[in-house]
Each structure stands twice: as C-alpha cells, then as structure tokens.
Design a binder for this molecule. Structure first.
Ligand SMILES: Cc1ncc(COP(=O)(O)O)c(C=O)c1O
Length: 366
C-alpha cells in the first residue's frame, strides 16, 4: 500500500508563487524593499538578550507546564496592559511560538474528519493548515449566521487581524463569546497583535467586559514575536479556561512540546518590561505613517489597517497585477489571495522593514 504524503493534505504553500516577483524586485538597482513578510528587523531588546545570557546554563529538561515565574509574568502582563482579571497559574501555558500551537491545536484537541473549524474570512493561513492536517472541514467566515445550524468544534478569531489590520469591536467579540458558550464551542482568539494598534483599541477576549469575568470556553493566544522582536526566540503562550489548558498540557507533555528554559527566562524579562515595547511601537507607527501616505499618494485605498503590522491596500485590480507592478519598482508585497478569496483585490504591505528601506519604498512609490 502506498501512503499518501501528509503534505498533500495541506493547502499549497503559497509563497513559492511569489518567487518570480521577488526576483524582479531584487533586480532593482537600489535593491529590493521586501514588505512581503511580517518578520521583525529591529534588535531584540537588550534586557531580553541579557536575560537569555544569564540563563544560558541550562542542563536539565524544562517542563511543558513552564516555570511558575514565566506563567506569572504572563498573568501580570495581561492584567497590567490589557485589564485581564481572574487568571491563575493553571490558566497559562507557554508554547514554542504561537504558530506551532495554532497548527497543532486541532490535533491536540482530537478534532478530526466530520468536525468543523471556523476561521476568519480573510485569515492567517495556519488556522486552515491545522484543520487540514486532521481532515476537519473549514468554513472561512466572519458571520455567525453563515455557520447555520452546525456546531463547530473550534472557532478562531484574530483581532487585530493579519492580514487586514481590522480590530473587532467589543460588541462583536461579546456576541461571538455568547454564541460559542450557548453551543459549547471552544473559542480561540489569536491576539498576537494586541499591542500593535494605531487607530483603534483592541481588547482581549479575556477582558471582563467581553467574557463577563469567566474564561470558560475561551483561550487567548499571545506571542512575543512582534511586541518584543522575539520571533527568533519562539516565545508565546496561551491563556484562558483552566480545563482546556489542563487537557492541552496533558497531551503536549507527551509530545515533548516544551519551551526551552533560557527562553522562558527571556520571556519573563520581555513581559516585565514595557519600555522596549513602547519604543518599538513608536518605530512601527512612524514607518506605518510613511508607507500609508506613500501608498495613498500612489492611488491605493487602505482598508481597515487600524492595527497589526500591515497595510491592507487595494487599487481595485487583481492583487497579482499590483504585486507585479510593485515588483517592477523593487517593492515586494504579499498578494491578498494568500489569505482567502475575499483578498483577491488587496495586497498586504508589512511595515516591518528598516527606516531606510521604508523611505526607499516611499521614494519609489512617489
Ligand atoms: C495572526 C498570526 N498568528 C500567529 C503568528 C505566529 O507568530 P509566532 O509563531 O512567531 O508566535 C503570526 C505570525 O506572523 C500571525 O500573523
């Protein structure tokens, strides 16, 4: 019997389609301005680097549960910066970057064929990858009524959104929480851009005004990658319903999914320090301003984009035409179709590039 490779179950890895445009953009005499991916480029904060160095001696195994100090730092940060109350040490679990958690969650929860996973209409692709891996059905919609009478096994929210930068209003969040609770649906809210807000305030699903003070049936996913330029460290955590956290812990500890000890110490330093996050926020705000003005000057309309690290831009044409035209100018952006059919006329422009490269993009667009 020949086995079907697992990779066949997964959606096509779309980035390969961008390679010819990347080659065009790289041929620009002043070099490429790569705004296609949201990878941080500024230094990892000194306070976090020092914490990692101080924790370098680490001969023993870390635990999947994580250090109490690491979980407490997550609780304290959520309380201090995001008004989350009622979270105990049993409601937090460190994960090895949030992508790992997102892709593995349906597997770890025993979701499978015949189950439905609901994700945003235009979405970070890994929600679909996780569902496809276990053979679950997916529905990409922002409308609860579109789900009909079915009871999903899992419903993903992502506010602020990658790629659109949209922040879901509190009323919408409350409605989704209530809908999920009435049906016993697990609601998982990917909040990795919660602090990357520019023209809106974003609330965690665990905020008492959204969840009514109980975390039952709710998980929030947080990542230090963007807030603290820590994508290389793989520092993230989930927080919420202790019963769900306990089940995930019971599964994940059998799989060796543990955040390395030195990274756990580094995450404490990152969560405890707000100064570097404020500095980084100001850098991104300035880059966003420059690019937004340049894109609007070049005839683009910016949709949503009130938060996250992206401008969701359209010229009312196929996203691939926009990608091609910008590549000719040496600017590489991501086609909206990577994120769902509804993105077919948008491009996603990341502002995670240096000031110098952002200025170069603005010059080229002028
Ligand atoms: C919406 C969203 N969730 C999760 C991630 C993964 O972040 P990480 O694995 O670095 O924590 C990203 C990365 O870009 C993202 O955009």
């Amino acid at each position: 019997m020949t086995r079907t490779p697992v990779s066949r179950r997964l959606p096509d890895f779309p980035w390969d389609q961008l390679l010819p445009y990347a080659a065009t953009a790289r041929a620009h005499p002043d070099g490429v301005v790569d705004l296609s991916i949201g990878t941080p480029v500024d230094p990892t904060p000194a306070v976090v680097q020092q914490a990692l160095r101080d924790a370098a001696d680490s001969p023993g195994y870390p635990t999947t549960l994580g250090l109490p100090e690491t979980r407490q730092a997550a609780i304290d940060w959520l309380a201090r910066s995001h008004g989350v109350t009622g979270l105990g040490l049993d409601g937090v679990l460190p994960v090895v970057g949030s992508k790992e958690l997102i892709a593995g969650l349906p597997t770890h929860l025993g979701i499978g064929p015949g189950d439905l996973v609901v994700l945003p209409e235009v979405a970070y692709p890994t929600y679909e990858v996780g569902a496809a891996l276990v053979g679950a059905e997916t529905l990409a919609t922002d409308s609860l009524t579109a789900i009909g009478p079915r009871t999903p096994a899992l419903l993903w929210l992502n506010s602020p959104s990658n790629p659109t930068g949209r922040v879901l209003p509190p009323d919408h969040l409350r409605k989704v929480v209530q809908w999920c609770r009435e049906r016993g649906v697990l609601l998982v809210s990917d909040e990795c851009y919660l602090e990357c807000t520019w023209e809106a305030e974003a609330l965690s699903v665990l905020h008492p005004s959204i969840c009514g003070g109980s975390h039952e049936g709710l998980l929030a996913v947080h990542s230090l990658s963007k807030r603290s330029n820590l994508a290389g460290y793989r520092c993230a955590f989930l927080a919420g319903d202790p019963a769900v956290v306990a089940e995930l812990l019971a599964v994940r500890k059998n799989l060796g999914l543990m955040m390395p000890g030195p990274q756990q110490r580094a995450m404490v330093a990152a969560l405890d320090d707000d100064d570097h996050a404020r500095e980084q926020h100001a850098r991104y705000a300035a880059r966003r301003g420059v690019l937004k003005q340049a894109l609007e000057g070049a005839g683009f309309a910016i949709s949503h984009s009130e938060a996250s690290l992206y401008l969701w831009a359209t010229r009312g044409e196929s996203c691939w035409d926009t990608v091609a035209a910008l590549a000719e100018q040496g600017v590489l952006v991501a086609p909206g179709s990577f994120y769902g059919r509804a993105g077919a006329q948008h491009v996603r422009v990341a502002f995670t590039a240096t000031d110098e490269r952002v200025a170069a993009a603005a010059d080229r667009l002028a």
